[in-house]
Ligand binder design. Structure first.
Ligand SMILES: [Zn+2]
Length: 138
């Protein structure tokens, strides 16, 4: 079955992230100097401006920080309405790592603030790409 949604733009800069997903790891740049995590990825650490960051796997644990329910999606996304786009706050600290993603495995009407989530992985059929989703912890 042909995948009709957009595929990610991969580059030298973000390749470690997509390689991580393929290995079922959600990687975030972590500063090699001060240890802080930086999401969204940026060339320098937001805490100490160091450019020495290492793509490091996080736990995958998160909570619902905010969400929106989509009732009319663009293109092929419309086949899945209603669906939930979540802002998930990863467990890693001290800076809040707020990651946007699709929330799967739960009726949109049952989503609540602070609900525990975990990262799950989805292989794209016939493409060499793995995507991430969030799912509730049951
Ligand atoms: Zn730093």
């Amino acid at each position: 079955m042909t995948y009709l949604k957009p595929l990610p733009d991969t580059s030298e800069l973000n390749r470690p992230f997509w390689e991580g997903l393929r290995q079922h790891e959600f990687r975030v740049p972590r500063c090699a100097d001060c240890g802080d995590w930086n999401w969204i990825p940026y060339p320098a650490c937001r805490s100490c401006q160091s450019e020495h960051q290492v793509w490091t796997a996080v736990s995958g644990n998160a909570v619902v920080w905010s969400w929106s329910v989509v009732h009319r999606g663009p293109g092929a996304f419309n086949d899945e309405v209603p669906y939930t786009v979540v802002l998930a706050k990863l467990a890693e600290e001290p800076r809040s790592l707020i990651v946007t993603g699709n929330l799967v495995g739960i009726d949109p009407a049952e989503v609540t603030m602070g609900m525990p989530l975990t990262v799950v992985y989805e292989e794209v059929p016939e493409e060499d790409i793995t995507l991430y989703r969030f799912a509730p912890v049951r």
